[in-house]
Structures are given as structure tokens and as C-alpha cells.
Ligand binder design. Structure first.
Ligand code: F6R
Length: 606
């Protein structure tokens, strides 16, 4: 979502602000802008659409200064126009904001009544006016900034500059992440350490409610009560070079093809290959006596949790509730007495997942974060952080982070099974061997790509696609449908194959594409009966199955054959052709694959 960069520097900032923004592009945005202090006044440049439009606008009307702020906006209040793009100004103040100000209407009405003129449709503009108003009323800049924060309700990462205080950037965090980068004679503000990596590796993460005053080479941090706060300086691991596409057309293509390595890296962290066991410390997971596990996440990460539910129940005999974070946080969920809660997130900043984690912590539930970004809020706040080692995921549609989540969750579920006495040493060793095969099997399954491209071509002629699966392949059916919707803009539904007769079969007509994910297992015959039911009604079925399933299904149905393997490995391997199908369909549809319309990578508002 919105990205923020700020520099309190000693050298020109415009180009560096743009460089910082480029590193936040992956989060998704629809307009961008910068503001600098030049010759004692705030100068702005903003543009609708991509950063290259901003770059062009800057070339036409150059601005520069040693102090500046910059922003990529993902529209919430107000259309993605140049006028609504940040930074917003009032008098000598310019601000950028990530989040939602819930009481903006009251504040705006009040300030309008006092003579302030609003020129945008955004909630954020009110922040600039409020700071300006307090300065006009006689408060110092610091006090005006702090007073403004105390009057805002909602979520914000915010940064401000002042024409009459030209060496200072003030910034604050409440619900939206913000990092401060330290260098010898310059200080940086960024939505994450990736944005700051070209400038410095020394990072301080602001905590909830913190605000700061950054000047060249110095930062003073205050907590929510206004007391000076000491926050640890950490050395960021984010690479200074921009992650590139390594010769691929899109980041998504590159990330799909990286999965043998990303899955291998993640598995090897949790598996001890020498003694064929899982490499968790005794008692580390705290699941050996647990009576219930809650799994909370959003989108693709939720489907990873929903898949793992089958594993925890089947192998570890542990009851799991898999929940969508935006629902979980507003229910009155009954907390497990002797259980734990697991939070799955690529970014580690998803607002609903983070809020659900905090809710569980407040209620004394042990929390485990399965997170890809190690410096993120969820990773830092969970009682136990279990990393997925997917590496930076730039494509907005999650691919390698998903299979890394599945890999980590498989290890956790099987380690829990073993610590709960549900699996013998030999059974554990057999599963370890099966998981260690997964990177090779992913390489093998990539060979179906030409067939997938052909199927993708057929899908481009349709407006509705149905994905079906049973058991652990039901969440994958939903994930497949989500991928197709989000990047190819084709409506798709993922259904449990056995549920079809209870309604959705009414959608089937001549030629309706139906994708069925059913490697051979104990449910295979039942799924094939469902395939017959839709085929009899004219559906154009493609069955993703293994050689045994293909043999059982016979010639009556088109098959794409994926390798035969252990069921827990298959849930990871089968995800790859499903991702490839969405990818190739999107490429053929000519969509913006890496930054699909309306989507953000890191959803920091609820
Ligand atoms: C879909 C996708 C999203 C994310 C969801 C959660 O391809 O990427 O559905 O999975 O927004 O994001 P994280 O994992 O960062 O919490």
C-alpha cells in the first residue's frame, strides 16, 4: 500500500526520493509525488499513475532541495488523480500519509469553519491543515506535530516537512509501519528497510505511537506519551541493489521459477536431514499438549493456513480453526485455554492479521508468526517467529511466499505430530524424506508449462472459470481462483468438489471451463464422480492429476499430469501449475501482471 520516503539531508534529494519510491513500487499504488524545501518554500511535483510519469513531470519542472518527502498512493478516500496525490500542503507544511484517518470528516468540518480551504478528496489532507493550524495558533513545530497526532483517530504512518524549518522531517507511526535510517550526516524515513537500503543499513523501527524529529545525522524519538524513547538500532539485511527480473518478463514469472530454491531454503531451516527429523527445539512450538490451534491470515496466506488445517488434524490430531483475519478480529472469538494461535503473512504488516495477533496476545494466547519479512511487525511481535525464506517477493500476486508458507507449516504440523506421539520416528523420517524431494519435484512439474500455456489460451475466451478440489486440494482450488481473478481479471470460483451439487452446478453450461485438482488419493474416486457430473452438463474439464489418477480417469477427460508423491508434498507441488495457469492467462490478456489494478502488496489498512 502507500509508500513513504523522507530525507533530512545535506545533498540534493529529488533523485534519491524517487529511488526510494521505486523500491516501494512493489507494494501497489496508483499515483506518486514528492515535495522538497527549495529556497525557503515547499515545492511539489505529483503525477497520476506510475513513477515514470512522476519522473517525466520532474524532468519538465525540476525541483530539488536537501530536505524532502515522497509518496506512492494507493487510493482509499478520493480517486487516484494528480490532485489527490500526496504530498498535501497547507501553508508552510507538507505531509505524506499511509493509513486511514477515521475522524477526518469531523476535523475537516471544524478546520473549514475556521477558514481552511481543502482542495482534495482525501482524508490525509486534514493532517497538513491541522499541523499548520496549530503552528498558526502559536505552537512550536514539534508541539504542533504532537498535538495533531493526538487528535487523529485511525491508522497512520506520516511524514512532514516545513518551509520554515528546512532541515527537519517529522514522522510518526500508529498502525502503519515506519522505519528511520541513520547515516553519518543524513537521516532517512521509509515505509520499510527496502526503501532505505540504498542509503543506509542502520535502521530503527518506530513502535506503535512513536513519533520522531529527524535532522541531518540525528533523530530524536518520543513515545505516545511524549517521553523520549530509546529504540534499538538494527542492521538491515535488505539488499541495496534493486531486485531485478533476472531476464524474466515479470517478477511473477521469476518468482514462480525460483520456487525450487525458496522451498528448499525454507524446508532446510526446519529439517535436520542428517537424522531425518524436524529441527525445532524441544517445547519451542508449545503444541505437544495444545488442545486447539487458531490459524489467522488474509488472502493467499489464509489458504496456506486452510491447507495446514488438514495436516494438523490428520497427522497431529490437533483441532484447527482457520480464520480470515478481518473476520476474526471483529468476532468475539473464544480463546483457546491450552492452545496457540498461528499468524501467516508474507509482508508481516497486513493490518487485520496484525490486529488479530495483538488481540490474541492481549488475551494471553501464545502466538506464532510464520512470516517472510523478518523485520516486520508480525515477525517482531509474535512470541515465536518462524521464518519463511522465500526472499523478497515483488510481484503483487503471492507465489513463492505461498509455497514457503506451506513448507514451513508442513514442518510445524509434522513436528507437532511427532511431539504429540502421533507419529513414530520412522513415520517422521518418511515424511522428512518426502519433503526433501519437493524442490526436485517442483523442477519436474515446471515441465508442464507448454501445456499450461495452451490451456491459458483457451481460458482467455471465457468470463467465468470454476476450480474444484477436495480435502487439502480444496484450499488450492480457492487459491487458483484467487490468482486468476487478481491478475487475469477473469471471474473464478474455487469450490469443494462435493459441494457443487448444492448450488454452483447451476452455473455449468456448454463449454464452462472447470479446473479440477485431484492427484490420486483416497478421495479421488469421489472427485471423479463430480467431474462426470459437470462434464455431463457440458463443462470443459481439465484435470490436474498424477500418473495413477490419469490412468484411473481414463481418456474421457483432458489431463495435465503432475508428479506422483507423498500427499503433504503434493499440496506444495500442485500449487505450481495452478500459479502458471493464472500467470500465462494474464500475460495473454495483456494485464499488468506484477502490479494488477486496484491491488496492493502490503495491505496496511483494514
Ligand atoms: C494474493 C495475495 C494476497 C495476500 C494477502 C495477505 O496473491 O498476495 O491475497 O496473500 O494480502 O498478505 P500478507 O501475506 O502479506 O499478509
Amino acid at each position: 500500500m502507500c509508500g513513504i520516503v523522507g530525507i533530512a539531508g545535506t545533498a540534493p534529494t529529488s533523485e534519491r526520493l524517487i529511488e526510494g519510491l521505486r523500491r516501494l513500487e512493489y507494494r501497489g499504488y496508483d499515483s506518486a509525488g514528492i515535495a522538497v524545501i527549495q529556497d525557503g518554500s515547499v515545492q511539489r511535483c505529483r503525477a497520476e499513475g506510475k513513477i515514470r510519469n512522476l519522473d517525466n513531470a520532474l524532468r519538465d519542472n525540476p525541483i530539488d532541495g536537501v530536505t524532502g518527502i515522497a509518496h506512492t498512493r494507493w487510493a482509499t478516500h478520493g480517486r487516484p488523480t494528480t490532485d489527490n496525490a500526496h504530498p498535501h500542503t497547507s501553508g508552510n507544511v507538507a505531509i505524506v500519509h499511509n493509513g486511514i484517518i477515521e475522524n477526518f470528516k469531523d476535523l475537516r468540518d471544524d478546520l473549514s469553519a475556521k477558514g481552511h480551504v481543502f482542495v482534495t478528496e482525501t482524508d490525509s489532507e486534514v493532517i497538513a491543515h491541522l499541523i499548520d493550524h496549530h503552528i498558526q495558533a502559536g505552537l512550536s513545530h514539534d508541539k504542533a506535530f504532537a498535538k495533531t497526532l493526538s487528535e487523529l483517530r485511525g491508522a497512520y504512518g506520516v511524514a512532514a516537512i516545513f518551509a520554515d524549518k528546512p532541515d527537519t522531517v517529522m514522522a510518526a507511526r500508529q498502525g502503519s509501519p515506519l522505519a528511520v535510517g541513520l547515516a553519518e550526516d543524513e537521516t532517512f524515513i521509509g515505509s520499510d528497510s527496502m526503501a532505505l537500503a540504498p542509503f543506509t543499513r542502520q535502521i530503527v523501527y518506530l513502535e506503535e505511537g512513536d513519533w520522531c524529529i529527524a535532522t541531518p545525522g540525528d533523530v530524536r524519538i518520543f513515545d505516545a506519551s511524549g517521553k523520549p524513547a530509546n529504540r534499538e538500532v538494527v542492521i538491515s539485511t535488505a539488499a541495496a541493489e534493486l531486485v531485478d527480473k533476472a531476464g524474466c518478463r515479470h517478477f511473477m514469472e521469476k518468482e514462480i521459477h525460483e520456487q525450487p530454491e525458496s522451498v528448499g531454503r525454507t524446508l532446510s531451516q526446519y529439517i535436520s536431514a542428517v537424522d531425518e527429523s524436524f529441527a525445532f527445539q524441544p517445547g519451542e512450538l508449545g503444541l505437544s499438549k495444545a488442545d486447539r490451534l487458531i490459524s489467522v491470515a488474509c488472502g493467499t496466506a489464509f489458504y496456506a493456513g486452510a491447507t495446514a488445517k488438514y495436516w494438523f488434524e490428520r497427522y497431529a490430531g490437533l483441532a484447527v480453526e482457520a480464520d480470515i483475519a478481518s473476520e476474526y478480529r471483529y468476532r468475539q472469538p473464544v480463546m483457546p485455554q491450552h492452545g496457540a494461535a498461528i499468524f501467516i503473512s508474507q509482508s508481516g504488516e497486513t493490518a487485520d492479521t496484525l490486529a488479530a495477533l495483538r488481540h490474541c496476545k492481549q488475551n494471553g494466547v501464545r502466538t506464532i508468526g510464520v512470516v517472510n519479512v523478518p523485520e516486520s511487525s508480525i515477525a517482531r511481535e509474535a512470541d515465536l517467529h518462524l521464518r519463511t525464506l522465500a526472499g523478497p517477493e515483488i510481484g503483487v500476486a503471492s507465489t513463492k511466499a505461498y509455497t514457503a508458507q506451506l513448507s514451513a507449516l508442513a514442518c510445524i504440523a509434522l513436528a507437532a505430530a511427532s511431539s504429540r506421539g502421533k507419529m513414530t520416528k520412522e513415520e517422521t523420517a518418511e515424511k522428512v524424506r518426502a519433503l526433501l524431494e519437493v524442490p526436485r519435484l517442483i523442477n519436474e512439474v515446471m515441465l508442464v508449462e507448454p501445456q499450461i500455456e495452451e490451456l491459458a489460451r483457451a481460458l482467455t475466451h471465457h468470463t467465468d472459470v470454476l476450480y474444484l478440489g477436495r480435502g487439502q486440494f480444496f484450499p488450492l482450488a480457492m487459491e487458483g481462483a484467487l490468482k486468476l481473478k487478481e491478475i487475469a481479471y477473469i471471474h473464478a470460483e474455487g469450490y469443494a468438489a462435493g459441494e457443487l451439487k448444492h448450488g454452483p452446478i447451476a452455473l455449468i453450461e456448454d463449454g464452462t471451463p472447470v479446473i479440477v485438482i485431484a492427484p490420486w488419493d483416497e478421495l479421488f474416486e469421489k472427485t471423479i464422480s463430480n467431474v462426470q457430473e459437470v462434464a455431463a452438463r457440458g463443462a470443459d474439464v481439465t484435470l490436474f492429476t498424477d500418473p495413477r489418477g490419469a490412468k484411473e480417469a481414463g481418456d474421457s477427460v483432458r489431463t495435465i499430469i503432475i508428479p506422483e508423491c507423498d500427499p503433504i508434498a503434493q499440496a506444495i507441488v500442485a500449487a505450481i501449475p495452478i500459479q502458471l495457469l493464472a500467470y500465462h492467462t494474464a500475460v495473454l490478456m495483456g494485464t499488468d501482471v506484477d502490479q494488477p489494478r486496484n491491488l496492493a502488496k502490503s495491505v496496511t489498512v483494514e
